[in-house]
Design a protein around this ligand. Structure first.
Ligand code: C5P
Length: 298
């Protein structure tokens, strides 16, 4: 059935663990990560137009070819030979340059939404390949929920949901950090075989409590980012003093997150963090995979 328009939500993600290894020949870093989608969303409305791609977004200065939603739409139309173009209204709520995957999530939402709008079914593995050409995090957002990622982040294995309730608090310092720049200055540690932080985190994920999970969070890029932005290290300390079970930078930043046992604890910490630092706090929770909270709203 042909629909006049599609409305779709694009969630943010956090990286609960991020192990970054050496730079590969293609310029990307080999990594292992645990992605978790959270309930902080950009909102997109997709409509058909006779030809061409148009993206409108009040909060972004440029919405042309360098915008990932634009590129996802162009890719979809080109690869499927869809009859016509796309018009996208993008309402951003996910901080830009925050390490929360907003742009990648928008791109995945466009791929999914365009398929519905044109009633063109693309096999999921094909969609994954297209998504990976747009960015390392984009394949994760096709399903969202929780997943481990390897390769440059694009090889996805779904994880079961974390069993215990967790309240998430995001701190947005209000400035952006360039992912490419952080990776460029990052120097990998020599790996010690004894300390496999990723395996420990995975086992806590499968069996643990919010406190156990919090203790095993890690992000290999944190040192590089905190060296350049020492105020972010202070916010992390504040999160921990305020009772976070764990706190860290998401991806390459600039946003941090803290995990709390209850929403009340998170709200108390938000008041203390907001009083002490310039920036804003956003409350969220872990999201299940996309099929459980709706791919598309008509
Ligand atoms: O894949 P994506 O376009 O999101 O990556 C942005 C930049 O981050 C890349 O151009 C690269 O410099 C860096 N990156 C990396 N290793 C990864 C992922 C990203 O070096 N695994």
């Amino acid at each position: 059935m042909k629909l006049p328009e599609i409305r779709i939500r694009a969630p943010a993600k956090i990286n609960l663990g991020l192990e970054v290894r050496e730079r590969r020949r293609d310029g990307y870093h080999q990594l292992r990560t645990i992605y978790q989608a959270i309930s902080l969303y950009d909102r997109l409305r997709l409509r058909r137009r006779p030809r061409g791609i148009v993206v409108r977004c009040r909060r972004l200065p440029r919405c042309g070819r360098d915008n990932l939603a634009w590129r996802a739409a162009a890719l979809f139309v080109e690869r499927t030979g869809a009859p016509g173009g796309l018009e996208i209204d993008l309402e951003k709520a996910i901080p830009v340059g925050g390490g929360l995957g907003g742009g990648s999530s928008d791109a995945a939402a466009v791929l999914l939404g365009a398929g519905r709008l044109f009633d063109i079914r693309v096999p999921l593995d094909e969609l994954h390949r297209w998504a990976a050409t747009l960015g390392s995090d984009v394949p994760f957002f096709l399903r969202a929920g929780a997943a481990s990622g390897s390769g440059r982040g694009e090889e996805i294995s779904p994880l079961p949901l974390f069993r215990r309730p967790v309240a998430v608090l995001i701190f947005d310092p209000g400035f952006a950090i360039s992912t490419a720049e952080i990776y460029r200055t990052f120097r990998p540690h020599r790996l010690t075989t004894k300390e496999d932080k990723f395996t420990m985190l995975l086992s806590r994920w499968r069996s643990g409590t919010a406190a156990g999970l919090g203790r095993t969070l890690f992000n290999d890029l944190e040192e590089t980012v905190f060296h350049r932005y020492p105020q972010l290290a202070e916010v992390k300390e504040c999160f921990l003093r305020q009772g976070a079970r764990g706190a860290q930078l998401s991806g390459t930043g600039a946003c941090l997150f803290g995990l709390f046992g209850t929403r009340g604890e998170a709200a108390r910490a938000a008041r203390a963090v907001s009083a002490a630092f310039a920036g804003r706090c956003l409350a969220a929770r872990f999201l299940p995979p996309r099929r459980r909270w709706g791919v598309v709203k008509r």
